[in-house]
Design a binder for this molecule. Structure first.
Ligand SMILES: [Zn+2]
Ligand SMILES: [Zn+2]
Length: 336
């Protein structure tokens, strides 16, 4: 089958791979759409060994099932949760299997990802698509689900004011959820006017381009001096968490959504004095079905996130656009 391989550093190449063999509890999926995530550009930072077939955001049709699979049939269109868990360890049994220490995450050297014609994945990780949801839209269920998790972690309440740091695709999706879940004010901070404008148009968020606007002033004008109830960190910048802590009202909550490569110490006296909550959010628990439902109900406009659609053979073209035309591009989807 055809597949795109990460070949080290920043190199991605189309090549041939054997069709994946499925385990007894797995299914084989003919991939119809697989999107590109910013995390796919970090293999070198994690010291991964090439070649790797990336891709952890996907949807397609089941074409083969393992002998133990009873829950899902050949021909079903599904979205894929890339976090394959063991189901047996203490963490899985305690109900938070998305954090299983034995996770086999799609898109690493042992678990080939979805930038390919076929994908092997645990049947338990497949979510049937509602009838009116396309594979193209469903490929983005994973990024939707991980953003929904931020709100679940924070125990979000309607009427809250929300600050989102970062105007990338995850910032956009967080702003969409803030609107759907009934936020009073949504403030989004970023660096690109074109992105911020698109996010504002879709979500009514108040924007702040921190290159030329002062975030503290924007916040004061929008929600007053007290601060926001929830801040979501989506920039990966080391300084961002403390900026977010300063924006919170007493007993406010900071959700650390992004992986921060160069972390800086948190302002602990501030945490203490304002009784702040700091929560991590990684992957997602029980969010796939809810996200597919919201897409099916047209509450989430997935199309507004997708700027590029390319066949596997043009993966590089899509990757270059994502990296070089940041201000105009949110998401690229490969169509094998
Ligand atoms: Zn991702
Ligand atoms: Zn486990």
């Amino acid at each position: 089958m055809k597949a795109v391989f990460w070949q080290g550093k920043k190199r991605f190449e189309l090549g041939e791979a054997p069709k994946p063999r499925i385990g007894d509890d797995q299914v084989l999926i003919k991939v119809e759409a697989a999107s590109i995530c910013t995390s796919d550009f970090h293999y070198a930072d994690w010291d991964c060994t090439p070649p790797i077939i990336p891709g952890h955001e996907a949807a397609g049709t089941i074409v083969e099932t393992g002998k133990n699979v009873r829950t899902i049939k050949i021909g079903t269109k599904v979205a894929v949760d890339p976090v394959q868990r063991c189901g047996k360890c203490e963490i899985c049994l305690s109900g938070i299997g998305h954090l299983c220490p034995n996770t086999r995450h799609l898109g690493n050297s042992e678990n080939p990802g979805a930038w390919a014609e076929f994908l092997a994945v645990d049947a338990a990780n497949c979510y049937p698509l509602p009838q009116n949801v396309s594979a193209l839209d469903a490929a983005l269920t994973e990024p939707l689900a991980v953003c929904m998790e931020s709100f679940e972690r924070a125990n979000f309440q309607p009427g809250w004011d929300v600050l989102i740091l970062g105007d990338g695709v995850f910032g956009f999706i967080h702003a969409m959820f803030a609107k759907i879940f009934g936020a009073r004010k949504i403030i989004i901070a970023g660096h690109y006017n074109s992105r911020l404008d698109r996010i504002a148009k879709e979500t009514n968020a108040i924007t702040c381009n921190t290159h030329n606007q002062n975030l503290t002033e924007t916040l004061e004008k929008t929600v007053g001096k007290t601060g926001v109830h929830l801040a979501i960190e989506g920039t990966s910048a080391g300084a961002a968490p403390n900026i977010a802590l300063n924006a919170l009202r007493p007993r406010g909550t900071l959700v650390l959504f992004s992986y921060i490569w160069k972390s800086e110490p948190l302002d602990l006296p501030l945490l203490n004095m304002k009784e702040l909550n700091v929560l991590g959010s990684c992957r997602s628990l029980n969010c796939f079905e809810k996200c597919l439902h919201l897409v099916s109900e047209k509450k989430i406009n997935v199309a507004s996130l997708i700027d590029i659609k390319e066949p596997l053979a043009d993966a590089n073209k899509a990757i270059i656009q994502l990296q070089e035309n940041k201000k105009n591009v949110f998401k690229a989807v490969l169509l094998p």
